[in-house]
Design a protein around this ligand. Structure first.
Ligand code: GLA
Length: 352
């Protein structure tokens, strides 16, 4: 969990934004809710490497340098992340790391970087598995534990090889701050549950919660779905100017607990019809499940789950709790059913 500059700020970033974001993450309770990494995405670099061939931060936007910024972020009890690109240039045209993996990993380690996102623009002719393998070795050589966030957009089925190499891997192209994008990404996660688990995560991309392009219900659904997918939760909004509604979504404790369930098992879609979908996720507590009733379509949907669909006897008496409202709904035999508003969810933790 953490925050990344890209979704809200794009290339319009500077050290003040990063410092203020880190401070706000502490002040608002985001850090204590679990958001740990502050990651600067593309465009932190100067347009060219220095005379020694080293990456350097843009001197206008990051005049104090990355070591000082990393120290500030660490001083807030947070971890510090940076972005680079596996190819010749980043997606924003800054210097890429191709051929400089060892040098750049060493430099990141010297700066105190804890997390590196390695993007895939300008990689013509490269194959992703050996390229990211090189990064894995470069991190080992740099002798500092750093999370490797693989960002080749799901092009070469990273779920099949990336667990050996990195810690999370994007499964799709970039998320956009609109409902159709959330649905499009969701549909591409459907068969990937078997690949996720502790230390290796499918990454359906960073959160758009709070960026303004969706309704509150849609953002709540987006966040709930990501929790069912055991997705990395990287906030992508301006945390310095969050509405109460955005805060309540990003910091919903029982939703975060499902996302972060120690079993690391990813949820799966167990049924669907025109009105909506039902997703279920096994949890560390073998007698509990997370269940998401998701009204995906444009009308209200009557959605339900039967205990037998969860692998439990139909006659089981099961306690149902609404994790958004943080309210026990009672004990139910056979199953549970409710009406869900369009684009909204009922998010349940059920215990037998
Ligand atoms: C690619 C990545 C995004 C972001 C941008 C930055 O599109 O997929 O997440 O890092 O590059 O340029």
């Amino acid at each position: 969990m953490g925050w990344n500059s890209w979704n809200r700020f794009g290339a319009d970033i500077d050290e003040r934004l990063i410092r203020e974001t880190a401070e706000t993450m502490v002040a608002t309770g985001m850090r204590d809710a679990g958001y740990r990494y502050v990651v600067i995405d593309d465009a932190w670099q100067a347009p060219a490497r220095d005379a020694n061939g080293e990456l350097v931060p843009d001197p206008v936007r990051f005049p104090s340098g990355m070591r000082a910024l990393a120290d500030h972020v660490h001083g807030q009890g947070l971890r510090f992340g940076l972005y680079t690109d596996a190819g010749t240039r980043t997606c924003q045209g800054r210097p890429g790391s191709l051929g400089d993996e060892i040098r750049d990993a060493r430099r990141f380690a010297e700066w105190g970087v804890d997390y590196v996102k390695v993007d895939w623009c300008h990689t013509e002719g490269l194959s992703a598995p050996p390229t990211y393998e090189k990064w894995c070795l470069a991190f080992q050589r740099a002798d500092r534990p750093m999370v490797l966030s693989i960002c080749e957009w799901g092009r070469s089925r990273p779920w099949e090889w990336a667990r050996e190499v990195g810690h999370l891997w994007r499964t799709t192209g970039d998320i956009q701050d609109r409902w159709s994008s959330v649905l499009g990404i969701l549909d591409r996660q459907v068969d990937l549950h078997r690949y996720a688990g502790p230390d290796g995560w499918n990454d359906p991309d960073m959160l758009e919660v709070g960026n303004g392009g969706m309704t509150e219900a849609e953002y709540r659904s987006h966040f709930s779905l990501w929790a069912m997918l055991a997705a990395p939760l990287m906030a992508g909004n301006d945390v310095r100017r969050m509405s109460d509604a955005t805060r309540a979504i990003l910091m919903a404790p029982e939703v975060i607990a499902i996302d972060q369930d120690p079993s690391g098992r990813q949820g799966r879609r167990i049924s669907r019809d025109e009105g909506g979908e039902v997703w279920a996720r096994e949890l560390d507590d073998a007698d509990a499940r997370a269940v998401l009733l998701f009204a995906r379509g444009d009308g209200p949907a009557r959605l339900g789950v039967s205990w037998s669909e969860l692998g439990w006897p139909a006659g089981a008496r099961v306690a149902v709790r609404d994790v958004w409202r943080r309210q026990d709904l009672g004990a139910f035999v056979a199953g549970f059913e409710t009406t869900v508003a369009p684009h909204a969810v009922a998010f349940l933790r059920v215990v037998r």
